[in-house]
Design a protein. Structure first.
Length: 291
C-alpha cells in the first residue's frame, strides 16, 4: 500500500495494481522478509498451468515484487537485505517491420484522420501516446524540431525530436485544424482506435503487426539506410545500447569490408600473381642468357 501511495504518478501503476491483485492470494499472509523465490513458486506454477500465461507476463509481476523489496530495503529501511528474484527465461523479442511498399499500402487503407499519425510514426519513431499527445506548443516548424516533455515518454524523461521532411509535411497537413493538439478528428484529440487500425490492416493485407511495430519499422529503415546504432540509440531515446542491438542484423553489408580481411581468394590471387611474375622473370633471364 505504501508503494502504491508513493508512486501514484507512475505511468505503469495500473499494470502494477493488476499484478499485485494476482499476487495477493499468495503473499497476503507473509511478512516482507519471508518473500523469496520459494514462496513465489506456487504463483508462477498457477499462472503457467491454470492461466496459461507466458513467462514474459509472469516476469512483469516478479519485477513488481523485486522493485518493492528493493525500495523496502534501500529507501524505507524495512529489510536488512533483499533475496534474489530470478526472472524466467523469455524468448528474444521479435523485430517486425514493414517494407516500403507495405507501408504505402497500409497508409492508403487508413481512414483519413489516421494517416498523418502513421506517417508521423514512420518518420520519427514516436510511440502512439507520444504522437496523439503532441501539442503545437512543443513544435517548432522553423527549427524543424519537436519536444516530448517529462512524463510523456515511456522512460519518463523528456527528449527532442528532429523533424525530417516527411514529419514536416505531415505536420503541415494538420496545421490549423486545432489550436492545441497536432492530431485531431472532428475537433477533438485523437485516441487510438483498435477497430479502425485492425480494419486498415485487413484491407492492406498486413498480418501480425501492432501499432508499436511502426517504431520497429522506423528503426529498421534507419539501420538499413546507414544510420549507426549509437545514432539510432540517440534518435530513439533508448537508455540501453542493448535495446538497439536487435536491429544490428539488418545491415550486414556494413561489415563486408571487415569480413573480407580473411578472404582466401585474395591470398590465392596474390600468390598466383607473384608466381606469374617469377615465371616471367625467369623466362626473361633465360632468353638473355641464350642471346
Amino acid at each position: 500500500m505504501r508503494y502504491l501511495e508513493e508512486f501514484a504518478d507512475n505511468r505503469n501503476l495500473s499494470d502494477d495494481k493488476d499484478h499485485l491483485k494476482k499476487l495477493d492470494p499468495y503473499l497476503r499472509s507473509l511478512k516482507l522478509d519471508a518473500i523469496d523465490m520459494a514462496v513465489l513458486q506456487p504463483f508462477i506454477r498457477d499462472r503457467k498451468v491454470k492461466d496459461g500465461v507466458s513467462n514474459a507476463t509472469i516476469n512483469r509481476a516478479l519485477e513488481v515484487v523485486r522493485r518493492i523489496l528493493n525500495i523496502a530495503h534501500q529507501d524505507w529501511r524495512w529489510l536488512k537485505g533483499v533475496p534474489k528474484i530470478r526472472m524466467l527465461k523469455e524468448p528474444r523479442r521479435r523485430v517486425r517491420f514493414l517494407r516500403r511498399e507495405e507501408a504505402d499500402r497500409l497508409i492508403e487503407a487508413l481512414l483519413e484522420h489516421m494517416k498523418p499519425i502513421v506517417e508521423f510514426a514512420l518518420a520519427t519513431g514516436c510511440r502512439a501516446g507520444e504522437i496523439m499527445g503532441l501539442e503545437w506548443s512543443r513544435v517548432d516548424l522553423t527549427r524543424k524540431v519537436a519536444w516530448l516533455d517529462h512524463g510523456t515518454t515511456k522512460s519518463g524523461d523528456g527528449c527532442g525530436i528532429p523533424l525530417n521532411a516527411d514529419a514536416m509535411a505531415t505536420l503541415e497537413s494538420t496545421r490549423g485544424q486545432h489550436p492545441r493538439w497536432c492530431f485531431t478528428f472532428s475537433g477533438k484529440r485523437i485516441h487510438q482506435s483498435s477497430t479502425a487500425w485492425g480494419l486498415a490492416k485487413q484491407r492492406a493485407g498486413i498480418e501480425d503487426f501492432r501499432f508499436h511495430d511502426l517504431r520497429h519499422t522506423w528503426a529498421s529503415w534507419h539501420v538499413q539506410s546507414g544510420t549507426s546504432l549509437p545514432e539510432l540509440m540517440e534518435l530513439g531515446g533508448w537508455k540501453s545500447y542493448e535495446r538497439v542491438l536487435r536491429y544490428a542484423h539488418l545491415a550486414p553489408e556494413k561489415l563486408s569490408s571487415v569480413a573480407g580481411r580473411i578472404e582466401r581468394q585474395v591470398s590465392r590471387f596474390v600468390d598466383e600473381t607473384r608466381r606469374g611474375e617469377n615465371v616471367a622473370k625467369n623466362a626473361t633471364f633465360t632468353l638473355r642468357s641464350v642471346h
